[in-house]
Structures are given as structure tokens and as C-alpha cells.
Design a protein around this ligand. Structure first.
Ligand code: ZN
Length: 135
């Protein structure tokens, strides 16, 4: 099982470049941890769990910068029951080729949680790691 120290290392990495490598090492170790839920950092509603991790373009974690210059460390999940998908579908500045995106937010407190990407019959949630907590 993933212990809380490891979970915090995953979720609280602030320095992205060094963080991603360290995070990937941890994630590789915890690949089979089904039960570990991840919560909204603001209201602590369950958002998803580590068993929903998915690899997009070969990896779980991605660093991205939006057009406003904000940098995000996002993790990809194939399901996120605690998120509401909101707003219009857009292809503008999409971070994943061929995917449309919509914003998604915590269904309880409405904190921005990341983006829902979809194309054809494929979809995933790209969640902002710093907005997830392990309780
Ligand atoms: Zn919330």
C-alpha cells in the first residue's frame, strides 16, 4: 500500500522538473495500489483514486504551460467521479494532439481540478496534482 509519506511526495512536488522524475519513481512502485483515493485539496470530497491512473503519450504525469503562462503538473486518470465537466468543448491550445478539452471542477466546492480531454470514443481527465490530496 502507498503510505502517506509517499502520497504526499506524489501530490506536493512543487519543483516540476526534479519532481517529475521522483514522482515517476514513486508511481512505478505503487502501480498496483487500487484502494488509495485522492481527494479535493479544498473540500476533501473524493475525486478519483490511483487505480484510475492512465498513461497518455506514454506517461501518467505531464508538465504543461497554458497560454497565460501558468505551469501545471497534471496526472491522467480515465475516471474521476468527483469532477463535473463544465463549459464549452474547445480545441484551442489543446495540450494533447487531436483531443478536445473542457474544464472540470470539484462537484462539491467547484475548485478547478483540471481538464477533461476527449476524442472519438477515448477520453481522460488531466487533473492538477496540487489540487489533489490524500486526506
Ligand atoms: Zn472540492
Amino acid at each position: 500500500m502507498l503510505n502517506h509519506t509517499q502520497c504526499h511526495e506524489v501530490l506536493e512536488a512543487e519543483t516540476l522538473e526534479s519532481g517529475v522524475k521522483g514522482l515517476q519513481d514513486i508511481i512505478d512502485k505503487i502501480e498496483q495500489d487500487d484502494a488509495h483515493k485522492l481527494y479535493c485539496s479544498q473540500c476533501h470530497q473524493a475525486i478519483t483514486s490511483l487505480k484510475n491512473k492512465t498513461h497518455i503519450q506514454g506517461q501518467f504525469l505531464h508538465e504543461r504551460i497554458n497560454p497565460a503562462g501558468f505551469q501545471f503538473l497534471i496526472g491522467c486518470f480515465h475516471q474521476s467521479l468527483g469532477c463535473d465537466v463544465a463549459g464549452q468543448t474547445s480545441m484551442e491550445y489543446t495540450w494533447f494532439d487531436g483531443f478536445h478539452w473542457q474544464q472540470c471542477q470539484c462537484s462539491q466546492c467547484e475548485q478547478a481540478m483540471g481538464w477533461y480531454f476527449s476524442r472519438y470514443n477515448q477520453h481522460f481527465y488531466a487533473l492538477i496534482m496540487r489540487h489533489l490530496a490524500c486526506k
